[in-house]
Design a protein around this ligand. Sequence first.
Ligand SMILES: [Zn+2]
Ligand SMILES: [Zn+2]
Length: 338
Amino acid sequence: MSRTTPPRPEQVERLFPELAGFRGTATRLHPRPGTPSVRDGSVGGPLLWPADEPWPMCTERHRRRYGDRVADVRLRRRILAEAWSRAPEPGRQPGPTEEEGDVLRSLKRGRHAPWLQDTDPIPMLAVAQLFREDVPDLAGPADHDVLQVLWCPFDSHAGRHEPKVELRWRRSAEVGAVLEEQPEPEVVGAEGYVPERCVLHPEQVVEYQDLGLLPEDLRERIHSWEGDEDDIDESSVLYETDLSIAPGWKAGGFASWHATDPAPVVCDCGQAMDLLLTVASSEWNNGCRSWIPLEDRPIADTMDANIPTQVTVGRWGDMNVFICRTDPAHSHRLVFQG
Ligand SMILES: [Zn+2]
Ligand SMILES: [Zn+2]
């Protein structure tokens, strides 16, 4: 099933023609639980990884003994999904049975990998695989048709409170034998770093630059068009939430600066950086319901429908990955928006 973003509630360029100069496109990925193959775009793997190529490991110094077992995270999700999808029975509480509750309570965070020293190599987790032919807004080297994204699922890298992200560009035609068993760490620092295995439903949409990066006079006219702040309610159409930047996982387009002041993202080489990928903690919430795909509307309010990947980044926000415009081999940059 494809996914279709409904038309925006206002044609914003009719109201503000100069926004044409701040228009761009992004490809919403619409990840949904499924069983992708190594030849498919996916969130949560499996990756088209050459059998003879070493899997990326993290050796940065940080604690890696303590956290959630990856196996426990998956078991907990399976139990909860099953429990809440059961038809309610008269006389019984909805949700997990007592027996399931016992299992859930046993899945605790802890020192589950006591043998690991703070710099022992641990395998990184597959986060996403994107094929250029499916994702028209994918930045990066045009002669590579696959992007693979992995991360080390602990919040302590490069002196910052964030995971370590690894990008690999590949030519799919050059991959012969594929690695069959993909390594995984035993333990993750946070449950939200374990993506559910998802297939993608890429959809290209039009976006407009973040409000904070528009010229001041235009920004002010948009504000006065939106109306008095005291009169804004759920039915109000707002530039930031309805007309400018698509929520959820996406490739390309504009970054949303809803949590911090917008800042130009510049590479160490001095060149501007482009938004490669947005990893999002939810595809919709009450603030951006106009972006809910038509196909998802009937189930939009059922449990976890808006968090198909089960990934959480930052404080329930977005992780934006930027790459250098002139040389994608230069170090990428992460920007978190809570
Ligand atoms: Zn690490
Ligand atoms: Zn650069």
